[in-house]
Write a protein that binds this ligand. Sequence first.
Ligand SMILES: Nc1ncnc2c1ncn2[C@@H]1O[C@H](COP(=O)(O)OP(=O)(O)O)[C@@H](O)[C@H]1O
Ligand SMILES: Cc1ncc(COP(=O)(O)O)c(N)n1
Length: 267
Amino acid sequence: MKNVLTIAGSDSCGGAGIQADIKTFSALGTYGMSVITAITAQNTMGVFKVTELEEEIVAAQINCIYEDIKVDAVKIGMVSNSIIIKTIAQCLRKHAAKNIVIDPVMVSKSKYKLLRPEACEALVSFLFPLAQVVTPNIPEAEVILGKRIQNVEHMQEAAVAIHKMGPANVIVKGGHLPGDAVDVLFDGQKFTLLSDVRIATKNTHGTGCTFSSAIAASLAKGFNIREAFGAAKEYIHGAIENSFSIGQGVGPTHHFYSLYKRAGLVD
Ligand SMILES: Nc1ncnc2c1ncn2[C@@H]1O[C@H](COP(=O)(O)OP(=O)(O)O)[C@@H](O)[C@H]1O
Ligand SMILES: Cc1ncc(COP(=O)(O)O)c(N)n1
């Protein structure tokens, strides 16, 4: 069994954040662990309150895990302020953490700011250089670069520009552009583009969290970045295809549809 850690925020309704990450790790046959950076009160309609945790408890959670358990990959999601960002960078350096996947979470689908605007610079300068891969969506890449991204060519340019900020690989996700769902990987030398038919659903709560966690689980299993990208794309497609409506807003993706199907729990 490979061990995968998520460092992220808790989502009370279970569709994104820590909860989506651990479901993904489990569905992909890895052992999931968590370091919580913030607690959010949210549901399918929005984020209503956020409490950031003190950096001491964030550091203690990371140290506790690395001092005892071999961590095969780590995914970083919502980290809302620069003090916690610097603490995480320091801890991961101290433990020589490998297979670091960074999803630079900034704004929820319900438009709530999950990253303090002044902390974007810290995220880029302290965490990006440690990453095996960073996975911005279009709005995040636009904020990082201060440029509009309107097509796949712009996504490729953005991937090259973000690569210069230090990560070994960049995947710019195209979920926010119209048309097919095209994602662009740049490894410093060449591009890999993966495209899927866009699934017509409003239930995409947590897609970015799920996608980056699937990459982390795949890297933990020994896949190279291109293989991990392919496995994550396939996983997110199935999870969105089987997404469902709970609550009144944007529903979650389904992580265990194939297991449930085999067990006769769904049609
Ligand atoms: N409606 C959809 N149909 C198929 N794939 C999608 C759809 N929406 C997003 N994706 C895919 O889900 C992954 C997450 O992308 P995105 O939604 O852009 O991330 P985020 O949740 O960070 O905004 C990407 O692989 C993207 O191409
Ligand atoms: C704790 C937490 N982390 C990440 C997201 C982003 O997910 P989404 O973009 O689908 O709202 C979220 N809503 N909550």
